[in-house]
Design a protein around this ligand. Structure first.
Ligand SMILES: N[C@@H](CCC(=O)N[C@@H](CS)C(=O)NCC(=O)O)C(=O)O
Length: 211
């Protein structure tokens, strides 16, 4: 069987241009494959999540059949788009970067829902702890890939996943996490964010979103 570009795809995720869903949206666009970009308000998610497998978003439906796990989806859509390495070792490098971002997200979400001094303390601990660990680790594997991309010496879905998260960390969305933390710890990741943000695959996606 070849690449499945004929199915009906529906991606359910939150209504913001980030998180686990965003790299999948960009990859669908890069593949030239139509998909239903089903964006749900957080309140609706909380009401319906008990009906969702693993009670989590995103969910990708392929011809009505639901699939979970964002990195699995990203690999799949990456293959449709030609943005996933065919070489096994390069695929391993690509997967490592994507899974590292997943692990980081699991640490970050522990601080959601906290308030006031408790939030401040948790976020400061997170910034000095897990965020620093992951930012430095990602910079290390970017160097292994040659310094510009994580795998295959070209843009892959790993670059899309890291780009979305570094952009988010630097945008100040995460209260009490300094926006210059990434620049201080890993300037190469900031250059990477700029490189990927200026890639025609990414600019084309956002140009389409704006119109
Ligand atoms: N391993 C899953 C994790 C999914 C996950 O944790 N999704 C988050 C949203 S990004 C979620 O459903 N969060 C709601 C919550 O934990 O309350 C994946 O990669 O898709």
């Amino acid at each position: 069987m070849g690449k499945n570009t004929m199915s009906k795809f529906k991606l359910t995720y939150f209504d913001f241009d980030g998180g686990r869903g965003e790299p999948i949206r960009i990859a669908f666009n890069a593949a030239g494959v139509d998909f239903e970009d089903h964006r749900i308000p957080f309140g609706e998610f909380m009401k319906t999540r008990s009906n969702m497998r693993f009670t989590c978003a995103p969910v990708l439906e392929v011809d009505g059949v639901a699939v979970t796990q964002s990195n699995s989806m990203l690999r799949y859509v990456g293959k449709l788009a030609g943005l996933y390495p065919e070489d096994d070792l390069q695929a391993l490098y690509c997967d490592e970067a994507m899974d590292a971002v997943e692990d980081l997200l699991h640490q970050v979400v522990q601080t959601f829902g906290l308030e006031g001094d408790e939030l401040k303390a948790a976020r400061e601990k997170l910034a000095a702890g897990w965020i620093s660990v992951f930012v430095k680790g990602l910079a290390e594997i970017l160097q292994r890939g040659g310094g510009e991309y994580f795998a295959d010496n070209r843009l892959t879905v790993a670059d899309l996943k890291v780009y979305v998260q570094i952009r988010w960390l630097r945008a100040g969305t995460l209260e009490h996490v300094p926006t210059d933390l990434v620049e201080k710890l890993a300037p190469d990741l900031v250059r990477h964010e700029e490189r990927v943000g200026n890639d025609p695959i990414v600019t084309a996606y956002y140009a389409g979103r704006a119109s």
